[in-house]
Structure formats: C-alpha cells, structure tokens
Design a protein around this ligand. Structure first.
Ligand code: AMP
Ligand code: GLY
Length: 435
C-alpha cells in the first residue's frame, strides 16, 4: 500500500526510517510519501509539498495516489481535526479525532477528565479571566504552576517561585503572550518527584504499552536554563519499574481510554503520558496526542516489530488482534544537536558534515536541516538527533557521544550530560556491587 507521513522533524525521520522497513511497503509499487519531510526523510520517502491544514488538499492527494494509511506526526493537524476529515473520506489514519485530541489541545479538558475518571493528577483551577486567576492563586502555595490552556509549542507552562512572579506571569498570559492558547489558564498544585514518559497505543478499545522514556527539557547541563522541546532522551526509563508501569496503566491510561470511549469520543492513536513519580505514586502531568520528539527517536531505535502494521491496526480498530509490542532490551539514547541561540532565535544556515557518525551503528535523525546548493545546513532550532544503542544508559551515551564527535557542525551545540540521572544510578549500582 502507499503511506503518507505528515511532518518534517526528527520524530518523523525516525517514523519514516521504521515505516520504510514495513511489509506494507514491500511491494515494488508501494510508496512512502512524506509532507513536507526533510533531507533525512528523503532517504526513505518521496517528499511532497502538502499543507496539512488544507484538509481538502490532503484528501485529494490520498485519493490521487492510492494512499491507504496516513500517519500524522505532529499535534497541530490532529487538534485541528485532520483525523476526522480523513476518516470521513474513508482514509485510514493513525491519530485521534479532534474531540479526543483535546487531551493535548486543552489542558483544562484533560484536568476535568482526570477529575471525572478519578485519575491521579495535581489539584487545579481553570480561569478564564485575569481577575479569576489572580483570586485563585489564594488557594495555592508557591511555587505556582501556571499553564496556558491551548497549544503553545511546549512553551505555555510557567513555574513561578513567588506570588509577585505568578501575578506578573498571569498578566502576560491574559495579555496575549501565548495568543489564543492563553485565553484560558490552568493553575495547578506543584508536584515533586522524578518525571518519566509512558507511551501506549490504543484504538479506543484495546490498549498496548509502547515503552517508556525520559526526556531532558532544559537547555543546559544539570537541567538548568530555559525549557526546550527536549535536548535528549533515553528509553526505557528504568525508574518506571514493572509495578509502577502497572499502576500507570491501571490508574491513568485505562480510565482515560475507557472514559473517552464511554463519552462517545474514543481515542485512537498513541497516548503519550507525561508523569510525575511522586511519593504517593505516579500522577499525570499532561497528555500529548502524538509521539514525543525526541522520545520517538529512541522508541523507534528499540522497536523490533513492523511499525506500519502496528499503526494500521490502530487505525483500523483491530489492535486487539496484536498480542504485544516487542522492544529490544537494550537502551537507546539520543542527543539533540541544536543551533546556537536555541530555544531563542536559532542561527540558521550553518554547514553540517555528518562524517562517519553512523559508522558504528548510530543513527543520525534529521530535525531542522535543509540542503543548500548540495550542502547540508541547519534550518531550525533542534537540528540533529544522534541516536545509539547500548547495554546500559552509560554505554548508549558513550556510543551516541562518540557519533556526535564525528560530526563537523560549528554552529551546533548539545548537552553533554544526557542520561545523567540513570548514569549516576548505574555507577552507584556498580560501586555497590564492587564493595
Ligand atoms: P507540561 O507542558 O504540562 O508537560 O509542563 C512542562 C513541565 O513543567 C513539565 O515537564 C514539568 O517539569 C513541569 N510541570 C508541569 N506541571 C507541573 C506540576 N503540576 N508540578 C510540577 N511541575 C510541573
Ligand atoms: N519532548 C517532549 C515532547 O515531545 O512533548
């Protein structure tokens, strides 16, 4: 069959790389299309110019090119209802409906769902005016967690240490800092613990665990500096031990899927749960309605199964016919190489020479790259995702950084400590064993 992949970042390069190996694309005439794609994705797919916000154009392309499955990478087209438009046109799509994508599209929607379904999460108040929000601060203790309700490219969360800072941040949010996304604000109780991400596939009825990961959101080493889309990740997150994973499935994922189905808006696609592992057990921080970026890169590196078959089974409501997802037992770790200036204004156009980076089995996924007169250059904030496998996080990090060091790209930087928490735990376990 022909498959259309929407998106053009590192997540989509990883998806394209795995999809290209699928039995669904084994026929001589089977084609993987990607829109808009990037120079890395072009190794696996035929790139096409399509605007995902133009649903009619996407449907016309699928009809004209015999596309049997559309895989939507980013959240914006899903929150915008592209999944519904495709389904109405009879085209199988991996990704939720507009109503179910509200799990990512509205933080207040998710908090209300958690309350209805008894899902553990931070206490909260929704506010639709600055005055209400300022009054609601009275019910919280510092630090104050303030969130723009809508999609804000991962930037809509402010953690304010003092009441004065919180008041100033709320004024900016209601003043239009995040545009429409900040017309409503959610104020939350601050949770403490370690964060981890949990992924599950669902077709609205069956739920299948799809692995875990830990991201590094701050730009600087030691988790300092401003928040980013993610500077590196590894999978699995060993802190999500089997007992905790069971609790996440039973207390968070299953009731979410069940409640949405019972309410007539079943969720189909990947559920990406951001979790806080608190002393009272795992609590939901937020949901995303797509794979994480760069978490997807490490999940794809470990996935042993046919990605195309899994995504099609989800799209066709027959996930129940698949027994489980098989992942390599090794750890995968990815280091994000970003352009100087990121997460502010990134420097564009810097030359990139990948050298021998993939020589020892590492994989370099392209995020913000472009070809200029045949030269690979940086064209975005996060530019490359250098990904490798190892028996431990320590070994996977050594392999990934070995590959990073092969890359000649003076305008890019990376954090040198991806995996630090787990590397410290592994060192402690080794010295425990040695003594
Ligand atoms: P979100 O975009 O909702 O994932 O939030 C971004 C980051 O803010 C999370 O990864 C956490 O580090 C932090 N955060 C969000 N909500 C809370 C909370 N209720 N308590 C503590 N930290 C939070
Ligand atoms: N890396 C975090 C995200 O994709 O939302």
């Amino acid at each position: 069959m022909n498959i259309l992949l929407l998106g053009g970042g590192g997540r989509e390069h990883a998806l394209a790389w795995k999809l290209a190996k699928s039995r669904l694309l084994a026929g001589r005439d089977d084609t993987l299309y990607a829109a808009p794609g990037n120079p890395g994705i072009a190794d696996h797919a035929q790139l096409v110019a399509l605007d995902a916000s133009d649903h009619g154009a996407v449907i016309a392309f699928c009809d004209g090119h015999g596309v049997g499955l559309v895989v939507v990478g980013p959240e914006a087209p899903l929150v915008d209802g592209l999944g519904d438009s495709l389904r109405e046109a009879g085209i199988a799509v991996f990704g939720p409906s507009k109503a179910a994508a509200q799990l990512e599209g509205s933080k207040g929607f998710t908090k209300d769902l958690c309350q209805r379904a008894g899902i553990p999460t931070a206490g909260y108040v929704r506010a639709t005016s600055l005055n209400n929000a300022l009054a609601a601060l009275e019910n919280f203790n510092p630090p104050y967690v303030l969130k723009a309700d809508g999609l804000a490219a991962g930037k809509g969360v402010v953690i304010a240490e003092t009441r004065t800072d919180a008041e100033a941040a709320l004024a900016e949010m209601f003043g239009g800092q995040f545009g429409e996304a900040g017309a409503e604000v959610v104020i939350e109780e601050f949770m403490t613990g370690e964060e981890a991400s949990f992924f599950a596939l669902t077709d609205g009825a069956s739920v299948m665990t799809f692995g875990s990961a830990q991201d590094h959101k701050r730009v600087g080493e030691g988790d300092t500096g401003p928040n980013t889309g993610g500077m590196g990740a590894y999978s699995p997150a060993r802190i999500l031990d089997p007992i905790t994973r069971g609790q996440v499935l039973e207390r968070i994922i299953a009731p979410t899927v069940r409640t949405l189905a019972d309410e007539g808006t079943p969720y189909s696609g990947v559920l990406f749960a951001g979790l806080m592992l608190t002393e009272h057990g795992p609590k939901l921080i937020e949901y995303n309605c797509r794979f994480g970026d760069p978490e997807c890169q490490v999940l794809m590196m470990r996935l042993e199964d046919d990605l195309g078959e899994l995504l099609l089974a989800c799209a066709e409501n027959r996930l129940g016919t698949i027994q489980r997802v098989h992942m390599r037992s090794e750890t995968a770790l990815t280091v994000v190489m970003a352009a100087e200036g990121y997460p502010g204004t990134p420097q564009k156009g810097g030359a990139i020479d990948l050298g021998e980076a993939e020589e020892d089995g590492a994989k370099v996924f392209h995020a913000g790259t472009a070809l200029k007169d045949g030269q690979l250059v940086a064209s975005g904030g996060r530019v490359l995702n250098v990904t490798a496998l190892g028996e431990t996080v320590t070994e996977a990090a050594a392999a990934a950084y070995g590959a990073v060091d092969e890359i000649e790209a003076p305008s890019l930087f990376c954090r040198r400590d991806i995996g630090w928490r787990e590397i410290a735990r592994e060192a402690a376990a080794r010295s425990g064993k040695a003594s």
